[in-house]
Design a protein. Structure first.
Length: 379
């Protein structure tokens, strides 16, 4: 039986919104960086891997501060001092995003470690102002994150590829350790409505980047009919995916759920990666310089990842009266796979791929509306 909790009203603060503003730049920088692989077709997979290795610590830096502020932010004096300091280190880390990663390794690791160290300091500071279980959880998270940071920082004493391995070993341990201690974190549930709103705002940021991507396509060919059609279809797809996400956000999610927030947190990593990948691939497919088969795989894969991760996140946080049909979801992803194979095995024009994704996106939105409509009729 899912536990319920009555949460006091809590709005996202202006400080949090200012904090998010820096991440607008970070998301834009990483997406722009991935689009530049158009000039290096022989390194597409390599640079895609590097892109993920840059997006992941960026996302985790935002998550770290967001989760702390959600649980313990009330009793931190002058939180702006901590968050503004983190924002400076994020600027340093964002400026270090480079496909030639060896050139910016030191500034990148200093930026990431600076953000995380301020988060750890906040946990230890907050622990002094709480008692019993809250103090225990705050100290636990502070210690876990400190271990990951120290491992990552030790990479500065190494050279060559081994330093990258050590740095990311620390980052992935930083991400993994809270997951392994999920039961202990349940002692201090998150303020779920606030957390859901924070992740919704981050998703808005990534959807905004898709608009930037298609605007870049149109910028130099405003009067070209084919370009106008391509951008129009891309915009409609983005709008439908946005509507599907936020319809579920508004009508499916149980805002009174008591949870440690981990499924919501880790699931949104894949949602955000999917949206960012969609933005980049829409742009790269239009340019037409890279291997079309690989880009189609990325394009359809990003949409499938969006469908599946969204379903998991909202399915596990849904209201009790909402019913999801697993067969509808399997059918939707199966249809998407059929369209992908059709476009891979034939020489259909690129517009066909957009139209097929548009059909799947519409079906996904219809399923969401149908589920919520049935609930309203029953009630």
């Amino acid at each position: 039986m899912m536990k319920k909790q009555i949460f006091e009203e809590r709005k996202v603060s202006w400080l949090e919104l200012f904090f998010d503003l820096i991440f607008v730049t970070a998301v834009s920088s990483t997406t722009h960086l991935f689009v530049t692989i158009d000039h290096h077709p022989e390194h597409t997979l390599l640079y895609f891997g590097e892109y993920l290795l840059m997006v992941t610590p960026m996302f985790w830096a935002w998550v770290g501060q967001t989760m702390f502020y959600n649980r313990f932010g009330k009793k931190i004096s002058h939180p702006e001092l901590f968050m503004l300091s983190q924002m400076f280190f994020l600027i340093l880390m964002t400026a270090s995003f480079d496909l030639e990663f060896a050139d910016t390794f030191y500034t990148f690791i200093i930026g990431y470690a600076g953000i995380r160290l301020f988060t750890v300091i906040q946990y230890f500071t907050a622990a002094k102002k709480y008692s019993a279980e809250q103090k225990q959880v705050a100290n636990l998270l502070g210690r876990l994150f400190l271990v990951g940071i120290l491992i990552s920082l030790s990479a500065i004493f190494f050279e060559g590829n081994s330093r990258f391995f050590i740095m990311y070993a620390g980052i992935f341990l930083d991400i993994l350790l809270p997951l392994l201690n999920g039961k202990k974190l349940q002692k201090v549930p998150v303020h779920f409505p606030h957390l859901a709103e924070r992740f919704g705002l981050f998703v808005i940021i990534t959807f905004g980047e898709t608009i930037v991507a298609i605007t870049g396509i149109l910028a130099e060919k405003v009067t070209d009919p084919y370009t106008l059609l391509y951008v129009f279809l891309s915009f409609v797809i983005i709008s439908i995916l946005w509507a599907s996400y936020f319809h579920s956000f508004e009508h499916v999610v149980d805002q009174n759920r008591a949870t440690n927030g981990q499924v919501f947190l880790y699931g949104h990593y894949f949602i955000i990666i999917a949206i960012m990948m969609l933005a980049a691939n829409i742009h790269l497919l239009f340019l037409g310089h890279l291997n079309k088969s690989l880009l189609l795989l990325f394009l359809y894969g990003s949409v499938a990842l969006f469908f599946l991760s969204k379903q998991v996140v909202f399915g596990l946080h849904k209201k009790a009266e909402i019913e999801f049909s697993i067969w509808k979801e399997i059918g939707l992803v199966g249809l998407l796979a059929c369209f992908y194979l059709l476009n891979q095995l034939t020489s259909l024009p690129l517009i066909t791929s957009l139209l097929s994704i548009l059909i799947c996106a519409l079906l996904d939105l219809m399923i969401r509306f149908q589920s919520s409509k049935l609930v309203r009729k029953r009630s």
